[in-house]
Design a protein around this ligand. Structure first.
Ligand SMILES: [Zn+2]
Ligand SMILES: [Zn+2]
Length: 461
């Protein structure tokens, strides 16, 4: 049996692993590279394998760095089944259509620039027309049920507790008269976060491929997030202002809505205020959460109300409804994308509200260097947006949100839960230096490790 990683090897994004055994060739994930220009360029390079020779694919979850190249894969000849959890299946249409739309828009923009410089126009990576073929190939696969591909190959998806529908893949491969268990962790979640279950613990494995995003970091104790959210709502309300929350469409927005609906129930002094969800993608993703109560953890299931649909919540999918929010006189909470203010409707709300000292801009997620969100958090007095300069007079605040990834000790704990030490732990989905430090920790504990290198096949004997 052979495994070759084509992405998420010494890097975090572009997750894609080819498994070959007994004449089967299949992929785990086919994600997009995200981040720097160099990484982005890798999305345009031809696949290093022929997509037409791949029998099937197992998709761990709906983040674009795991599923974002599926339309390209089918465009270049892949015609097998895509096995994934039903909640992920429901997310895919929204996530891939949104990604395709961004590809089309970005290419249009880029081509205008190329034309001015006398360069040939470029094709988009894929378009919305490529998405239906992906959706038609999906085979909905429940957690904990065995899927038999052949007498020598079967697999089970286990809850990875990372985002809705996220899976760990447990492969059972028979070669000769021995059956080996190989585990791909997918992205592993943190323990004790709202809405979803904790990651599944698996007792036995011969080989483990584990993500190492935070293999060198410990998450601080989450601050009383709910209380600080409430504090910012009240303060902004008392000033007669708007609370603008730039938020990521998948998981973070739903965590916010979940917490907001809790606050409305628990706090008699919660202001009489409307909450606008002003992001077409986040609205669609929230529908998927609403439709899949089977993925909720015990606390979420115990709730008597519907945490993602409540009277104070107003969804504004249409552009004209979004624009009407700019004329709103009374205080309001507006949740809009993108999470780092690099695009999307939040920029319009900032344009209409960043100069008003009654307002608050509240960050609930990581802000990468070079983004507008980061500039604001770093205390910029003015910002440039949409060809204009704006004074920053609104209050700029942040809440350290839960991370969707397990930290170093949680990853170690997950590995230590194997009853017998696996033969080898393969490190994927992390920056090189993080992988090296995590590998060293594992070696000290007596584990054999291997850092996956892109394009180099490893034998699992
Ligand atoms: Zn992920
Ligand atoms: Zn990932």
């Amino acid at each position: 049996m052979k495994v070759t990683s084509y992405g998420a090897a010494e890097t975090v994004t572009g997750s894609c692993h080819l498994v070959e055994t007994n004449g089967h060739r299949f992929l785990i994930d086919c994600g997009m590279f995200q981040g720097s220009k160099n990484l982005n360029r890798r999305n345009y390079a031809p696949f290093e394998f022929d997509p037409a020779t791949i029998d099937f694919l197992i998709l761990t979850h709906g983040h674009i760095d795991h599923c974002g190249l599926l339309p390209k894969l089918t465009r270049y000849g892949f015609s097998g089944s895509i096995y994934t959890n039903p909640a992920t299946a429901d997310l895919l249409s929204a996530m891939l259509m949104d990604s395709a739309f961004i590809q089309e828009k970005d290419t249009e923009h880029e081509n205008r620039r190329r034309e001015r410089r006398g360069f040939e126009p470029r094709e988009p990576l894929y378009t919305r027309d490529d998405v239906p073929a992906v959706l038609e190939s999906i085979r909905r696969t429940e957690y904990d049920s065995s899927v038999e591909i052949s007498p020598e190959l079967r697999f089970i998806l286990r809850d990875a507790g990372h985002i809705i529908g996220s899976s760990i893949v447990q492969l059972f491969v028979t070669e000769g008269n021995a059956t080996k268990t190989v585990i791909f962790s997918g992205d592993l979640g943190q323990w004790n976060v709202p809405i979803i279950e904790d990651p599944s613990i698996i007792p036995r494995a011969d080989y483990v491929f584990i993500e190492t995003t935070y293999g060198d970091r410990l998450h601080k104790e989450p601050e009383p997030r709910k209380e600080s959210l409430f504090h910012h709502i009240k303060e902004t309300y008392e000033r007669g202002g708007k609370l603008l929350i730039p938020s990521f469409a998948l998981e973070r927005t739903q965590e916010l809505l979940y917490t907001l609906s809790e606050l409305i129930h628990e706090k008699p002094d919660f202001p009489n205020i409307k909450i606008y969800l002003d992001s077409p993608l986040a609205i669609k993703v929230t529908e998927v959460f609403h439709d899949h109560p089977e993925i909720y953890d015990e606390d979420a299931r115990a709730r008597k109300d519907t945490p993602f649909k409540f009277p104070e919540l107003v969804c504004t999918p249409k552009t004209e409804d979004s624009m009407a929010l700019n004329k709103l006189k009374e205080p309001a909470i507006i949740i809009a994308g993108s999470g780092m203010c690099t695009g999307g409707r939040i920029r319009h709300h900032l344009k209409h509200g960043i100069w008003d000292p009654r307002n608050t801009v509240l960050f609930v997620g990581y802000q990468a260097e070079g983004t507008l969100g980061r500039h604001l958090l770093d205390g910029a007095d003015e910002v440039r947006m949409m060809g204009d300069i704006f004074r920053v007079k609104a209050h700029i605040e942040r809440i350290h949100a839960f991370s969707a990834h397990a930290d170093r000790d949680e990853l170690l704990g997950w590995i230590d839960a194997f009853i017998e030490k696996p033969k080898r732990i393969h490190l994927i989905h992390g920056e090189k230096r993080v992988m090296e430090s995590f590998a060293e920790l594992l070696n000290q504990k007596g584990y054999e490790t291997h850092i996956q290198v892109a394009g180099i096949a490893v034998e699992l004997n």
